[in-house]
Design a protein around this ligand. Structure first.
Ligand code: GLN
Length: 483
């Protein structure tokens, strides 16, 4: 059952080969069997089965196609009546009183919530090691990290503990774990998917998207997730096209831009080679390769690490022991309560970001850091505009290396931050981007190919990914040792 694609599962449910309850049970059992991966923070068997029973009751020829399909959600999305921790101790006892728009949309088409996946605390991280609920392990090799921050979702899909999952991407958190775990991840354009009910990290960068086995599955999920939401003021008031309908078009004449800066120093040789092989597949499909420049690329990491912490320091001020979640047990007065609650509730990485952000926003440094970074952000976005005058999509590696060992970078924040060197600029510019499984390194760890699209051009982007997956079978490989 777990080897079936979403489309096959939809057919199986339709034809009555299995029921939604049987399907949910199958995956719940797999989650339990592979609990060592620590991919989930919350699994609520009763709730999942109740939703599956309801789906079976609704099942009929005119039920929506995804009716009864189980989907795992990153624990950053509020789901009514379910624990929503965001990977943090401070929300360790927080039961969401309402559904995020994304969750609401999945419910409206009849999907079943399989559970809430593990993640870096408040989505801050690239390895899933900052989660209060312990690290997630990479299904291809449990000694290695799955990437982050949506590591639980990527590991769950890779190990076939869920047919599909949601994630969020502020600086690479859908694409980087997708690359490390050998699955497909899509970060939509900023404004495409509602952020309502998605716990905020850096509001001008955060975007939810699908993590799936294939691009075809990602398109099915994006059809559910995308669309205008009046409750999110940054949601773009534009009707989403039908993404699944865009798949299968010819690529002849497609111009693929190769940013020089994405193939330079610091890129692992095996990753580079794998990406070059993938480009040959595209050439075989009639695409043309053009070299392009993104001259401000080296500024994207410093720019992001001023802006994201600044926004985070403001967003996270709401966790004060009064409104949500954890409150320190013993304290002297109100100020002491705030300090103890936040000291106990937040982990080291979150505290580091709050301090950096508070510093960058302080009166004396605001112009030197925050305003300067905003100006850089504009230059970085302009680079993409110029590159897209010469090409239709950009391609390169998703990450400079494949998955690394647990603990290898946890004491070196800068080494950790450099994981996102190829993904962060896409968030700064608000663009959509995919990570596709493109092969393996000598250790058998998956390599991701990144495809970046023009703003709101997901249809083309998905088609470009889809055609590659028709020619290759990297996305169908399953980790050895995962039964
Ligand atoms: N790794 C980056 C960070 O730590 C990006 C995280 C994300 O995309 N949520 O901020």
């Amino acid at each position: 059952m777990h080897t079936k694609s979403l489309t096959q599962l939809v057919e199986g449910l339709r034809s009555g080969e299995f029921s939604a309850v049987e399907l949910a049970q199958w995956y719940l059992d797999r989650i339990e069997r592979h609990a060592n991966l620590n991919a989930f923070i919350t699994v609520d068997r009763e709730l999942t089965l109740a939703q599956a029973r309801a789906a079976d009751q609704r099942a009929s020829q005119d039920a929506p196609p995804l009716n009864g399909i189980p989907v795992a959600h990153k624990d950053i999305f509020c789901a009514e009546g379910m624990l929503t921790t965001c990977g943090s101790r401070i929300l360790g006892n927080f039961t969401a009183p309402y559904d995020a728009t994304v969750i609401e949309r999945f419910k409206a088409v009849g999907t079943v919530i399989l559970g809430k996946t593990n993640m870096d605390e408040f989505a801050m991280g690239s390895s899933n090691e900052t989660s209060y609920y312990g690290p997630v392990r990479n299904p291809w090799n449990p000694e290695l990290v799955p990437g982050g921050s949506s590591g639980g979702s990527a590991a769950a899909v890779a190990a076939r503990l869920a047919p599909a999952a949601t994630g969020t991407d502020t600086g690479g958190s859908i694409r980087q774990p997708a690359a490390f775990c050998g699955v497909t991840g899509l970060k939509p354009s900023y404004g495409r998917v509602s952020r309502y009910g998605m716990v905020a990290f850096a509001s001008s960068l955060d975007q939810g998207g699908p993590i799936t086995r294939s691009v075809a599955d990602a398109a099915l999920l994006l059809d559910v997730m995308a669309g205008f939401d009046p409750r999110d003021s940054t949601s773009v008031e534009q009707e989403a096209p039908e993404f699944t309908a865009a798949l299968g078009q010819e690529l002849s004449g497609l111009r693929i831009g190769l940013p020089r800066q994405y193939f330079g120093e610091g890129l692992d040789a095996a990753v580079q080679e794998t990406v070059r092989e993938a480009l040959k597949v595209y050439e075989g499909l009639g695409a043309k390769l053009v070299d392009v420049d993104l001259p401000n690329s080296e500024l994207c990491v410093p720019c992001y690490y001023v802006l994201a912490p600044s926004e985070a320091s403001s967003n996270l001020s709401r966790f004060d022991g009064v409104r949500y979640g954890h409150r320190a047990e013993h304290y002297d007065d109100l100020m002491d309560m705030y300090m103890r609650t936040r000291s106990e509730g937040f982990g080291a990485e979150v505290k580091r970001r709050i301090m950096i952000g508070t510093y960058a926003l302080s009166a004396g440094y605001y112009d030197a850091y925050y305003v300067k970074a905003q100006k850089l952000r504009r230059l970085i976005a302009d680079d993409f505009d110029r590159a897209f005058e010469q090409c239709d999509v950009l391609m390169g590696p998703t990450t400079p290396s494949t998955a690394f060992a647990l603990g290898a970078k946890s004491d070196d924040p800068v080494a950790m931050y450099l994981n996102d060197i190829y993904t962060i600029s896409v968030n700064l510019a608000g663009l959509p981007a995919l990570s596709l499984p493109a092969g393996f390194d000598a250790r058998g760890m998956p390599v991701g190919l990144q495809v970046i699209g023009r703003y709101f051009d997901e249809s083309r982007l998905l088609n470009v990914g889809y055609r590659y997956q028709q020619e290759t079978d990297w996305h169908d490989r399953m980790p050895a040792g995962i039964e």
